[in-house]
Each structure stands twice: as C-alpha cells, then as structure tokens.
Design a protein around this ligand. Structure first.
Ligand code: SAM
Length: 251
C-alpha cells in the first residue's frame, strides 16, 4: 500500500477526519443565519466521511453536494446517509476541490471543515467566492494561532505542515480583502480535537498496525500521528481551528 492508501485506511474508520464536532457545526450554522431558509443549495468541500454534511442535511431545508477526492470516504458517507434517511438530501461528488464544478452564483453556502488548507486559505476563499450567490455564506474552519506568543517548537512544526497558519485577525483580513463580510468567528474547543478526533484516532492505531504488520510506512504514519497528538496536548492553549463564517459581498 502506498502512503495515501495507508492514510485513507487509517482515517476511514473515523466519524471525522479532522477536528470538529456536531456542536461546532451547529454553532457555525447559527452564526450563518441559514436556518429557516428553504431550498438551500450547499456544497461541503473536503467533506471526508461527512460529519458536517449530515448535520447540514439534517438541520436545514437543503440539498448538500459533498465533495471529496477520496472515493472510500464518500462511500462511507453514502452508507451513513442512507442509514439515517438522508440519502435524498445529499449527493456525493468524487472530485478535486480545485477547480470545483459548480456554476457561478449557484450556491447559497459553501461549507468546509478542516480541508481548505489543501488549497491554502487565501487561494481557496478567492476561488470559491464566484460560486456563491451575492450574500451567500462561506463557513470554513482552518488552523489558527490563538495569540501572538507561542513556543518555538509549535511554530516550527505547524509552519512546516501549513505555511498559512496565522492568527484569526490575519485570516479575517484575508476574507475581507477577498470580498466577504464577516458574520462571526470562534475557535474550536479542545474537545473538538481530543474527544471527537484524536482519541478515536488513537483507539484505531492497534488494529491499523495489526492490519499492516511489518509495514515500516504504517509504523511511521502512526508515530507521526502520535507526535502530533502529543504536541497538541502540550500546547492546546496556543492553537486551534478557527471557524470563520462570512457572506459574499455584492459586486
Ligand atoms: N471535513 C472533514 C472532517 O472535518 O471530518 C474532513 C477533513 S480532512 C482533514 C480533509 C479532507 O479533504 C479529506 O477528506 C481529504 O480526502 C480531502 N481532500 C484533501 N485534498 C483534497 C483535494 N485536493 N480535493 C478534494 N478533497 C481533498
């Protein structure tokens, strides 16, 4: 198995593939003002196995197109949606996030939890804006420093992983410059990292290593994940995902 296949195998068993929670998705929904509107057309970009997709489909009068380039994650999302009676409200689309196959102005909202880093925050919010109708909602979570001071080791690790990690005010400025009006922002609390993501991930390590016994790549992947979790546990006061909720301005 190559590294991508191993990564998919490790993360496929999870309810989610990055930090977040149903409560955080619902808080972002409240800030977005989408509740109570009818016939919404929403895209959930980098949806993974669909943790946020299914909350959106359940809580809103909406059709959600769930986009991810990983067919295995989408198969799990389709199965969960069918089990929960949400199949008619969700369409999965196996596609890269760049470029997205939506007509200009065709979306009431673009949702993306923990995935825009694959394009980069500034590139992503600029590329996705024309797909929203004027006033349409962008709700996106992305890695953020929680202040200006932090340990050097944390800065070095995350800047190597994601050069656009920045303070919330810097990301807000990027959104404003790209043509969005800010509706709200909050930081994901530690439970979104630990209880909803890292703890269930850690619980899958033993089975994963047993499935790939003798694979140096599988052992290296688990070691890298363990190191990232330990770093988060030491420094959770300094970094989180910021959830940015904004509206496309009129042109
Ligand atoms: N939103 C999900 C969640 O919060 O559980 C998944 C977040 S996971 C950190 C990032 C997701 O983006 C993965 O499901 C991955 O397959 C997807 N992804 C990464 N690069 C992509 C790309 N270029 N195009 C489409 N999807 C991509």
């Amino acid at each position: 198995m190559d590294d991508l296949a191993l990564l998919i195998d490790l993360h496929r068993g999870g309810a989610r593939q990055g930090p977040g929670s149903p409560e955080a998705t619902r808080l972002a929904l409240t800030l977005s003002g989408l509740a109570g509107r009818s016939g919404l057309r929403i895209a959930d970009i980098g949806c993974g196995t669909g943790a946020s997709t299914r909350v959106l489909a359940r809580d809103l009068d909406a059709h959600v197109t769930a986009v991810d380039f990983c067919a295995e994650f989408l198969a799990d999302l389709d199965a969960a949606a069918a089990r929960e009676g949400l199949g008619g409200r969700i369409t999965t689309l196996c596609a890269p996030m760049e470029p997205l196959p939506f007509a200009p102005g065709s979306l009431d909202a673009i949702w993306s939890e923990g995935a825009i880093y694959n394009m980069g925050f500034a590139t992503g919010v600029a590329a996705w804006r024309p797909l929203l109708r004027p006033g349409g909602i962008l709700a996106v979570s992305d890695l953020s420093w929680l202040g200006a001071q932090r340990p050097d080791a944390l800065t070095r690790y995350w800047e190597a992983q994601y050069p656009e990690v920045a303070t919330p005010s810097a990301k807000t400025a990027v959104l404003e410059a790209a043509g969005y009006r800010i509706l709200g922002w909050f930081a994901l609390p530690p439970d979104c990292w630990l209880g909803h993501f890292y703890d269930p991930l850690r619980a899958r390590f033993a089975d994963f290593l047993a499935r790939h016994a003798g694979s140096a790549e599988a052992a290296a992947l688990v070691a890298a994940e363990e190191a990232e979790i330990a770093l988060y546990e030491r420094h959770s006061a300094h970094l989180s995902y910021g959830f940015h909720i904004a509206a496309r301005t009129e042109d």
